[in-house]
Design a protein around this ligand. Structure first.
Ligand SMILES: [Zn+2]
Length: 252
């Protein structure tokens, strides 16, 4: 039934073969998917592009490659969940340059603190997802950094009505388990950041529970081995939630 439906959909809206070849070659994070999963992802991407509105307020050309790049990466987390998980956003705004801004503050003692923030200008519920071309091009290379998956994770987070690092959970994932695992990992991570310990995960994750979930989701899909070795319980939790096992542990 599902296969039949899928065939008819991509049959109606076929994806150019050379474009799809480019998508696969330019996104090493997709290399672990088997042919059936790639076919499902293609279908989701086609539906995503038809369903969402792409805006480019700064007037640059938004080619098919860029749309597909955004679509496949956004759809990867919901490969086994379904596109309806993204019903809480309709518009993707693409700007040319990275909007991660450098902030500077001088404290009372005269010390200048600097930090960068990647979530500038985002309005959450039902608002657009803003992505820069620069950041999208840097995503998908198996290095842990993926702005599309990061923003998509925030939208999943909102599915239970709150931006708190916890999406709507399936029946086999009790809220208490989610809370226990995520809060103890967050506490450990924040402690490590504070003490200046060497960590393999972007420090931005220490910002709050929502950023912790979004950043760790990037690692789950980009460099699953790093998440698995750093926080195995979080990895397990995510593999239950996303119904995927990117590190190939055999437990799903
Ligand atoms: Zn964020």
């Amino acid at each position: 039934m599902r296969n039949g439906k899928r065939r008819s959909y991509t049959g109606k809206h076929p994806v150019d073969e050379s474009l799809w070849k480019w998508v696969k070659g330019s996104h090493p994070i997709l290399a672990r998917l088997n042919p059936e999963e790639l076919e499902s992802l293609k279908e989701l991407a086609v539906r995503f592009i038809r369903k969402k509105t792409f805006e480019n307020p700064e007037g640059m050309t938004l080619g098919e490659e860029m749309k597909y790049s955004i679509a496949v990466q956004a759809c990867l987390p919901v490969l086994y969940l379904g596109l309806e998980w993204y019903d809480n956003w309709h518009t993707v705004v693409v700007v040319p340059k990275s909007f991660r801004q450098q902030h500077q503050v001088r404290d009372a003692a005269g010390v200048v603190h600097e930090w960068s923030e990647r979530d500038v200008g985002e309005s959450w519920d039902k608002g657009p997802v803003v992505l820069s071309l620069e950041d999208v091009e840097d995503s998908g290379w198996c290095d842990g950094d993926n702005v599309v998956i990061h923003e998509a994770a925030h939208r999943l987070d909102l599915t239970d009505g709150e931006m708190n690092g916890r999406p709507e959970l399936p029946r086999d994932l009790p809220a208490k388990r989610w809370f226990d695992v995520m809060s103890s990992a967050f506490a450990d991570f924040s402690r490590r950041v504070e003490k200046g310990k060497r960590i393999r995960i972007d420090e931005y994750a220490a910002e709050n529970d929502a950023e912790f979930f979004a950043v760790l989701t990037e690692y789950f899909f980009e460099t699953p081995g790093v998440l698995l070795t750093s926080y195995p319980e979080v990895y397990e939790l995510f593999s239950i939630f996303y119904r995927q096992d990117p590190a190939g542990t055999g437990n799903r």
